[in-house]
Design a protein around this ligand. Sequence first.
Ligand SMILES: NC(=O)c1ccc[n+]([C@@H]2O[C@H](COP(=O)([O-])OP(=O)(O)OC[C@H]3O[C@@H](n4cnc5c(N)ncnc54)[C@H](OP(=O)(O)O)[C@@H]3O)[C@@H](O)[C@H]2O)c1
Length: 346
Amino acid sequence: MKSLGVGIVGTGWVAGSHIRAFEANPHTEVRAIVSRDKHRAIAKADEFKLALCRAYDRLEELLDDPAIHVVSICTPHHLHVEQGIAAAKAGKHLVLEKPVALDLKGLCELQKAVEAAKVKTVVSFVLRWNPLFELIKTWLAEKVIGNLFLAEVDYLHGISPQYAQYAWNIKKEIGRSSLLTAGCHAVDALRWFVGRRAVEVFAYANFSPRNPFHYEYEPNSITLVRFEDGTLGKVSSSVECVQPYLFNIELVGDEGTIRNNQVFSKRWTGQKGWATFPTIQPDSGDVAHHPFKDQVAHFVDCILNDRESHANLEDAAQTHEICFASEISAREKRPVALPLTATAAK
Ligand SMILES: NC(=O)c1ccc[n+]([C@@H]2O[C@H](COP(=O)([O-])OP(=O)(O)OC[C@H]3O[C@@H](n4cnc5c(N)ncnc54)[C@H](OP(=O)(O)O)[C@@H]3O)[C@@H](O)[C@H]2O)c1
């Protein structure tokens, strides 16, 4: 029998990718699914041929189940804090979908519950396990572009009515902002590549003239981030753009530049143009393309060897603070200092 039992909360799009990833791991098996309607949990278990998987219609039932060690939260954003706190209090390790919280208060409450319960967490900034990300981290560590001083990461992905999440995602109280709903992947990538603390944020956000998808919040934003060492960052985010999915990375150093899978480096004598590295890039918004199996393998290793994930809740909190600060800055038309204080975040 596999050593870790997993409970999945939610039966939608990303839940399928989590199930596939846990089932592929030699140490984990999905033993329960929670849905608001038990029939949907049964149907999801059938879809993945999980013969012994239990179906629940209340989270509490899953949390009382002693065969469950890891809980994966795959529900809409506004439920993550409450469900995450309940699961942590029940002593379950947590895979948290992004965003983990929609405001600073919720984030702090979730952090407190996780710290008190001493459970392990990983937040699904799943692109950290994309092969291009791993390649870029190696280039940066080897100083192929020298010292980084400008960084841009953009998230352009039209979340239109063809997505199941569209129905709830366009609502202000659930989707909240272009960054929180999805552009946080780019904010997290920016932090991951720069590797420093952010100290100040300035942002603008807008609606397109027609707002064709009827977003209740500005679905587009541009966020500037100043890091502690003076490095400047920029994130453009749009969830209403009309184009194929685009995740753009540009990192400028004093000895070269990285543009997605292309590099120009002064260190490579005689280089005349961009060197292109054929690798898997973050070029699809489809969750089937995302490296959830690698994220799960990493997290299982953290649990079994009592290690903290580099993408744990504590780290993800810094990504979320940039997103909260971006929202405040766009609303109040002023730069916002980090870390946020309770008064600044209101
Ligand atoms: N990391 C990534 O790359 C990535 C990619 C996609 C999505 N996500 C995140 O994953 C989460 C889920 O997104 P999704 O695209 O899977 O959404 P989805 O397809 O709409 O699925 C969400 C599921 O949550 C359950 N749910 C519980 N309460 C609900 C409510 N009040 N309204 C709607 N559904 C409710 C539903 O299952 P039942 O009806 O059976 O209860 C539903 O199927 C979001 O936080 C999203 O940002 C992350």
